[in-house]
Design a protein around this ligand. Structure first.
Ligand SMILES: *Cc1c(COP(=O)(O)O)cnc(C)c1O
Length: 471
């Protein structure tokens, strides 16, 4: 399997060449040259597999430069009961007939980003050892991504993490999760500023090419193809748990921000998994809902990006969306470049409403969408708890709210649960008047000693810190 860029660069690459990279050199995103097809016989065989072996089967279709035994060992080490808390790894919870929650948030940091990041940690360690190289991951986080990256990379040989976060602005639980890590290769840098300051520093450091090369600076953001690929697996696992035979179809509802999660659903559907609909749920930051309703994709300015009670979906643009548009336009790299490179840079928007391709978004690709607000989240959390006895987090609530508008007789709806309520206690208290349940292993988390360096928002200071800590 070879990989191409969504913007037409003629060069093809192997999986391990793009594993440690972000964007393609032409600014596009990587996709496989084609989607391997899964037929009924293969689905029937996969249905019986434990999660780690299912992951191996799916990944094998896309990775031809890691020996099979090594890849199987990496999958088994990653998707274990010790790491994810259950034998099923992504257990399905029935809410009522035809409506399920798929639990993607039982990993170390209690958010679905662990599903991909834990695999990435093991793949990075493997590939860096094979090349005899080192990597320094520099990132900015306002919550889930940073902690998932740190818990995936802690103790890994050849990798250091430098994670910037806005001082005092993450939830108390998220701060405690990150700052209590004592591993020598994990560096928490609390920046005296807001999230945008952190991101600006990461950009400034990455644009200093001499520094970047000298210190082997890399990233783990959501456009990384390996992260997306890891997420394809749980669409298969959810389907097998919700159905008895391969003649059945299901729909998925996905709380969406950067379009990484639901893009993995798109890939699974393109492979032939019997998915009826992919329901894209947004919060007040409705860039994606607007596109699926109108055909207009309009990037928001930071001033128009709302801080909401489902903060991991607070985006101004959806970084992975380009992958779907590339497929929608018949994989036309020139047009994709014109839209995402030129039109967005010039006017911050493009309009596909008059393009025949846009009419295919629902019938051919299964995409529908909806939006959920703070009031919707509170009402959905309350209703789900009162009537069904299940406590859900605000992101999952957005998806459940939107999913309810798309229920169809005879097609099970699987709502992806992307975080546990304990991560967003304040909103749970607002909705239910009580604290969320806390898993036993997180008792006393906030009292643990902390390892964090406070810094002014200054790229030079961060560069100095990195060079001091790379020996
Ligand atoms: C990151 C995140 C999302 C959004 O996922 P995307 O892949 O960016 O669409 C939703 N919910 C939670 C809890 C998250 O951490």
């Amino acid at each position: 399997m070879l990989y191409l860029s969504t913007r037409g660069d003629p060069q093809r690459r192997h999986f391990c060449d793009i594993l440690l990279e972000g964007l393609a050199p032409d600014g596009g995103l990587y996709l496989p040259e084609h989607y391997p097809q899964v037929d009924a016989a293969l689905l029937a065989k996969w249905r019986a597999l434990p999660y780690a072996d299912l992951a191996f089967e799916v990944l094998s279709l896309y990775i031809d430069d890691i020996p099979a035994d090594d890849l199987r060992a990496i999958c088994r080490k990653t998707y274990s009961q010790e790491v994810f808390g259950t034998r099923e790894i992504v257990p399905l919870k029935k809410l009522h007939e035809g409506l399920y929650l798929e639990a993607l948030s039982n990993g170390p940091t209690l958010a679905f980003k662990d599903m991909a990041m834990q695999l990435l940690g093991n793949l990075f360690e493997y590939e860096l050892a094979r090349r005899g190289e080192q990597l320094n991951i520099l990132g900015a986080t306002s919550g889930d991504t940073g902690s998932a990256a740190e818990y995936a990379m802690r103790g890994k040989r050849g990798v250091r993490v430098f994670m910037l976060s806005p001082h005092g602005r993450m939830s108390a639980f998220q701060q405690a999760q990150m700052f209590s890590l004592q591993d020598e290769n994990i560096h928490n840098i609390a920046v005296d500023g807001v999230f945008d300051d952190c991101q600006d520093i990461v950009k400034a450091v990455s644009n200093d090419l001499t520094f970047k090369r000298r210190y082997k600076i890399g990233t783990v953001n959501s456009i990384n193809w390996a992260r997306l690929l890891a997420q394809v697996v749980y669409y298969f696992a959810g389907y097998f748990q919700a159905t008895a035979t391969n003649a059945e179809k299901v729909s998925f509802a996905v709380p969406s921000g950067n379009f990484g999660n639901v893009c993995a659903g798109h890939v699974a559907r393109m492979m032939g998994l019997p998915i009826e609909r992919l329901v894209v749920a947004t919060n007040e930051n409705d860039v994606l809902d607007e596109f699926f309703r109108t055909g207009v994709y309009r990037v928001r300015a930071s001033a128009d990006t709302h801080e909401t009670s489902s903060p991991s979906m607070d985006i101004s643009k959806a970084s992975n969306f380009e992958r779907f548009v590339f497929d929608l336009l018949g994989r036309d790299g020139e047009r994709t470049r014109a839209l995402f490179g030129d039109a967005l840079a010039q006017g911050g928007r493009f309009d596909l409403s008059a393009d025949p391709a846009f009419a295919q978004v629902a019938p051919r690709y299964g995409f529908v969408s909806g939006k959920s607000t703070h009031a919707d989240r509170l009402a959905t959390i309350r209703d789900t708890f009162d009537r069904l006895g299940v406590m859900i987090d605000p992101h999952t609530a957005d998806a459940l709210k939107v999913a309810r508008g798309y229920l169809q007789a005879g097609v099970s709806m699987i709502v992806l649960e992307t975080a546990l309520p304990i991560k967003f206690a304040q909103t749970i208290v607002e909705a239910l008047g009580r604290e969320p349940d806390r898993p036993a292993r997180f008792q006393g988390l906030e009292q643990l000693p902390r390892r964090v360096t406070l810094m002014i928002p200054d790229a030079i200071a961060v560069q100095a810190y990195i060079s001091q800590n790379c020996r």
